[in-house]
Design a protein around this ligand. Structure first.
Ligand code: ZN
Length: 220
């Protein structure tokens, strides 16, 4: 059973809530997808059944075409946010982690073409492997967080929150205009370029600031 963990190895005393995700938050990923930016942020959700511990081997679906990695900075929320100011948002952060917004890319393309919602491509069980969280006191500047994903020792994604189209605090404020964030909810902040298919047995290494988290796709 997934629980929020801290990088000190402790269970965080918050419920396991929903995940609110933002799409198209880095220009290089917008380009690789051939997408167009709009005035509004692209927001979607995953249920809490999407969460699994990133540091344990995890399954990916293999019967619906490519399942892509999207490495993203994740924010753990510790206080309710509705129509929140940026200072409320700052105070409501418990800490920072790194997650994978696993995406069935071919399914998503079909859904986009049909004008249908994306849940089948993005909200399936286990679609959000998530690391332990770094307490926010350890983070000097949320607008300069470095992160990366390597697959089988090859660097595949590299990001810095500096390059976000909508920075973290602004993003939380925007989300809170549409959806109340509750203690234990998680926000996924978008992926940089480098999305590609994962395969059974792939070995993953993710970094966020000075932390490294290793994992593996199970052999199904
Ligand atoms: Zn994503």
């Amino acid at each position: 059973m997934y629980q929020h963990l801290s990088t000190q190895g402790e269970v965080i005393n918050l419920p396991v809530g929903k995940i609110v995700c933002v799409g198209l938050n880095y220009h290089d990923h917008v380009e690789e997808m051939g997408s167009k930016l709009n005035d509004d942020a692209v927001l979607f959700m995953k249920p809490n059944t999407a969460l699994v511990d990133l540091c344990q081997p995890f399954d990916i679906p293999t019967q619906y075409g490519d399942c892509h990695n999207e490495a993203e900075i994740a924010i753990l929320i510790q206080a309710p946010l509705t129509l929140a100011t940026e200072s409320d948002c700052e105070a409501a952060i418990w800490g920072y982690g790194i997650g994978l917004d696993l995406t069935l890319r071919e399914v998503q393309k079909q859904l986009k073409a049909l004008g249908r919602p994306w849940e089948r491509a993005k909200a399936f069980d286990g679609s959000a492997p998530l690391s332990p969280f770094i307490p926010k006191a350890e983070i000097e500047n949320p607008n300069h967080l470095t992160f990366s994903l390597s697959v089988n020792d090859q660097l595949r994604q590299q990001g810095n929150s500096l390059l976000m189209i909508r920075p973290i605090i602004k993003l939380l404020s925007i989300i809170s205009e549409q959806f109340t964030l509750l203690p234990g909810d998680v926000v996924f902040t978008g992926t940089p370029a480098g999305v590609a298919a994962l395969n059974p047995n792939d070995k993953l290494s993710l970094t966020l600031e000075q932390y490294t988290f290793t994992s593996q796709v199970t052999n199904v």
